[in-house]
Design a protein. Structure first.
Length: 428
């Protein structure tokens, strides 16, 4: 009995342990769901893109944000407009390529000659300012400056006389003092032309007009020239450059200097009326003989006793240098005479100075030939031949770059006789 009880107890304990162990064992996983039946697809029916293949082969866990974006995209309607437009766009013709624009050429560099001012200088002479406002040098060898007073042409000057350089540079100007003395209220017109051979950027600005108030009207006595007689005595030539005749009987004080020494000082009564505007010349022979020989620097000055007889005193002094060369020549002989000329060559009245050469000889109908040679920049001077007296006048322009210039005079005896005479040179 006891033995049967023990067996029953042992069996109870075994059954209790087995029950406890079974309660702690994990439950088996649920059986996998059977796969959904998919329609069989062939390559001819559907084509998977490379990205789609990758998605099938490699599923990835999307984040929450990606899921939201995917749901938003699914809600948007499909973009059928782009699909419908794509065939039309494919058939549109592309716009033509715009033509290539060529770079415009730069305007040519040209001079531009203009007159910027008209005025009276301190000596009451008309002055003209000419400028080149272009962007290229202006050659000065061609063209003219013309001056009109009250509509009438009074003076004309070559541009090469206005400037001592071959060209007028851009933004450069020159002021030229003319030989015109204005009296009273005058309408002044100035016109400058560069010549047909020269192109300008603007030819409409080559003219300027002004009303200027000049000197009061009256006679203007000036020393026009000096000369010597056949006996080599000095004579003085006057003229009236004013607009009023000089009365007969006017008195002038005249002083003569030779080589800086006062040789003569006297009063002279004008015995004839001097017509206005240089209507006639008046010759004065000094009461005491003033002989000229060799090389002589002569200075003459005049002054009126009454100021009303001469309203402008600036042209009442004149300086000249005389050189007298005696010569004797055998038949067919040629002689050379040389002399220097200082560098000042434009007078206060704007007129150029002159070199005068005169041959005097005896022999009646005989002929001599005279020729001159100046500095290199002076144009060639033709030879002259004729009977006594043989005279030549040559304007001298712009020798400011030199202290003096050397000149030569050649005299040739063209006849089969001996010739004896004098060469008379007069220069500033």
């Amino acid at each position: 009995m006891l033995k049967g009880a023990i067996c029953f107890f042992a069996l109870s304990i075994f059954l209790f342990g087995c029950t406890t162990k079974m309660a702690h064992l994990p439950l088996p996983p649920p059986p996998p769901a059977p796969p959904e039946a998919l329609p069989a697809l062939t390559i001819s029916e559907a084509t998977l893109s490379e990205g789609e293949v990758d998605l099938i082969k490699k599923p990835e866990v999307s984040t929450e944000m990606e899921k939201k974006e995917k749901r938003a995209e699914e809600k948007e309607p499909p973009n059928n407009f782009a699909k419908e437009l794509s065939p039309e766009v494919a058939h549109l013709t592309p716009p033509p390529v715009p033509a290539r624009l060529e770079t415009p050429e730069a305007p040519p560099l040209l001079p531009d000659l203009t007159i910027t001012n008209l005025f009276l200088n301190p000596k009451k002479r008309l002055a003209v300012t000419i400028a080149n406002i272009g962007n290229s040098p202006l050659p000065m060898a061609l063209g003219n400056l013309k001056i009109f007073l009250d509509g009438q042409l009074k003076e004309s000057y070559g541009l090469n006389r206005l400037f001592d350089q071959p060209s007028l540079q851009p933004n450069e100007n020159i002021t030229f003092n003319t030989s015109l003395t204005l009296r009273g209220r005058r309408e002044v017109q100035a016109y400058v032309e560069a010549g047909q051979e020269i192109r300008e950027s603007n030819k409409e600005n080559n003219y300027l007009e002004k009303i200027l108030e000049g000197l009061p009207t009256g006679p203007d006595i000036a020393i026009r020239d000096l000369d010597i007689t056949d006996d080599f005595e000095l004579i003085i030539i006057l003229s009236n450059a004013g607009e009023v005749d000089l009365r007969k009987g006017a008195t002038f004080r005249i002083r003569i200097f030779v080589n800086n020494l006062k040789i003569s000082d006297f009063d002279h009564f004008i015995s004839d009326v001097l017509k206005a505007n240089s209507g006639n010349d008046y010759t004065i022979h000094p009461p005491y003989r003033v002989g000229i020989s060799g090389a002589a620097k002569v200075e003459i000055s005049i002054s009126p006793r009454l100021p009303s007889d001469d309203i402008y005193f600036e042209n009442n002094t004149l300086k000249r240098t005389f050189i007298i060369f005696p010569f004797r020549m055998v038949p067919q002989e040629k002689k050379e005479f040389s002399f220097p000329i200082p560098s000042s060559h434009v007078r206060d009245d704007g007129q150029s100075e002159k070199l005068k050469a005169e041959l005097r000889w005896g022999g009646g109908e005989t002929s001599l030939m005279l020729s001159l040679t100046g500095p290199e920049h002076i144009q060639s001077i033709p030879s002259f031949s004729g009977k006594s007296p043989l005279k030549v006048e040559i304007p001298i322009y712009f020798l400011k770059a030199q202290k003096e210039s050397l000149w030569q005079v050649f005299v040739t005896n063209l006849i089969e006789k001996k010739v004896e005479g004098h060469l008379i040179i007069q220069h500033p």
